[in-house]
Design a protein around this ligand. Structure first.
Ligand SMILES: [Zn+2]
Length: 108
């Protein structure tokens, strides 16, 4: 399955730099209790920089992680930020949605 490669686009400003990661998109999955878990993943484009105000340091290098939930396996990418700020998963999903122009979607 996936690779660890990261697509980076260098813009004129640091804030234009993005990276592409594979994340789990729970909103694309069937509702809780409606059947067996079928984890949905997708590629998402997010900023390559920490979103914390007045930080802006580079996010950590993504690495692949095999996960298992209710017997269903899936592969996503996770990263640890060198600056020490922890990216909240829901916030990353939301950031990707806004960049994709899909608008805000409720995340449970
Ligand atoms: Zn930070």
């Amino acid at each position: 399955m996936g690779t660890l490669s990261v697509d980076r686009v260098k813009g004129r400003h640091m804030s234009d730099e993005t990276m592409t990661v594979t994340i789990r998109d729970r909103s694309a999955e069937s509702a809780w209790g409606s059947g067996p878990a079928k984890p949905a993943t997708r590629k998402a484009t997010i900023s390559a920089l920490c979103p914390v105000t007045n930080c802006g340091q580079r996010r950590g290098e993504p690495r692949g992680l095999n996960q298992c939930e209710d017997g269903a396996y899936y592969w996503v990418q996770v990263w640890q930020n060198p600056c020490g700020h922890v990216d909240m998963y829901n916030a990353v999903v939301e950031e990707a949605r806004q960049r994709d122009g899909l608008g805000a979607v409720r995340v449970n």
